[in-house]
Design a protein around this ligand. Structure first.
Ligand SMILES: Nc1ncnc2c1ncn2[C@@H]1O[C@H](COP(=O)(O)OP(=O)(O)O)[C@@H](O)[C@H]1O
Ligand SMILES: [Mg+2]
Length: 360
């Protein structure tokens, strides 16, 4: 079992310095709005995934007026202690060490301490742009396979270069085509790897999503999840030369895994068009719990689950189902924030969970 026992935050968001000791597999964190509940969860997330859940900017996680921040966390994996120290020194300089050994590549750390977060704005995963659903896939896949992150970085870098080239108007056409030949070649391999990983992952994810949806919503509605990719039809190495003229005209790359989509249907209709608020929330939780199950299955132990203000998002019976699932049958550590201490205590008592409550 993976468990976080201690965390120390220095200069992280609203924490000048903060220290927490966790003694239980289920931890409730309560306090009024603005006290730092979400920030504490984000610090935990940061230690595991080497970045904030909420922002791509490390600088914005630094407490106002400070040059950087430091996070130190003690984990136990099957009783083996793991000390994680993450220091952000400002100006994009970040260092991470495990048991006092610095990582050369952060991708080697991502996935060692698997983690799933569910936060209020995540409902955009169901309602919002396709990019968010691709990011959802990427976040899980990076935790499952360190090479995935490498391929993704490589792909995005070349894609950016290719798009800049498509926009440039001062190069002779011959040079442009020669450069495009090179970029097309460099995109094909990481593109193919990412496609293969996403496809395999979606195949295993889909049954879990359907099962959780039924369990949480308590209905027999049929949700289906479909992975859509241009690469189903032919490989990227075939697509790119064929769409080159079009790409030059629209000045961006029109084919590739950056156009992938995860499509949701409810009883055969597009989910976004017809689903109620409750159904959307159920789908969000089903997706996240499916992510949790798959990580657990492939790692051999449960990820840490961070639930930020989920009580606000679910009615009592759905909440009961959800917590029962993850706390009793999941077997992993769970952190739950709430503004209402009473509500947390009652829920834990109802489910007969041995929980620790931390008041901020
Ligand atoms: N970089 C930062 N430096 C200092 N304070 C910050 C920073 N980022 C966020 N905060 C503060 O953190 C507080 C919000 O904390 P948050 O964890 O969202 O609270 P809660 O979840 O308990 O409602 C706000 O008061 C906000 O101003
Ligand atoms: Mg919050």
């Amino acid at each position: 079992m993976l468990q976080l026992t201690d965390i120390q935050l220095t200069g992280f968001k609203n924490y000048g310095s903060g220290r927490f000791h966790f003694t239980s597999p289920v931890i409730g964190i309560c306090g009024l709005n603005g006290r730092g509940k979400t920030n504490l969860l984000d610090a935990i997330y940061f230690c595991c995934l080497t970045r904030s859940y909420f922002t791509a900017s490390d600088a914005s996680c630094t407490r106002f007026g400070e040059p950087g921040f430091r996070l130190e966390a003690m984990f136990e994996l099957n009783r083996d202690p793991m000390k994680l120290v993450l220091v952000y020194r400002g100006q994009q300089r970040k260092e991470i060490s495990m048991n006092d050994v610095p990582y050369e590549k952060f991708s080697a750390h991502v996935g060692r301490l698997p983690m799933v977060m569910i936060a209020p704005d995540d409902i955009e995963l169901v309602n919002g742009a396709a990019e968010l659903r691709r990011r959802f896939l990427d976040t899980v896949l990076c935790q499952l396979d360190p090479s995935y992150l490498q391929y993704l970085i490589q792909y995005n870098k070349v894609l950016q270069q290719r798009n800049s080239l498509l926009k440039s108007d001062h190069l002779p056409s011959h040079d442009i085509h020669q450069l495009l030949d090179a970029y097309d070649q460099q995109l094909a391999e990481p593109g193919a790897k990412i496609y293969t990983s996403r496809k395999a992952f979606c195949t295993s994810l889909i049954p879990f999503v359907q099962e959780h949806y039924t369990g949480i919503a308590g209905t027999s509605e049929q949700v289906t999840v479909t992975y859509i990719s241009q690469l189903h039809e032919k490989p990227l190495s075939d697509w790119l030369p064929q769409t080159r003229q079009k790409d030059l005209a629209i000045q961006r790359t029109s084919t590739g895994i950056h156009r992938d989509e995860l499509q949701f249907n409810l009883n055969g209709q597009p989910f976004r068009g017809i689903a109620s608020q409750g159904q959307r929330k159920s789908l969000l939780f089903a997706l996240k719990l499916a992510e949790y199950d798959l990580l657990k299955q492939q790692k051999g132990f449960a990820p840490i689950l961070l639930l930020d203000d989920v009580f606000e998002k679910l009615d009592a019976s759905r909440m009961h189902n959800l917590l029962g699932r993850v706390c009793r049958t999941g077997g992993g550590q769970v952190f739950i924030t709430d503004t209402h201490e009473d509500r947390l205590r009652h829920t834990f008592a109802d489910l007969q969970l041995d929980a620790q409550i931390i008041q901020l």
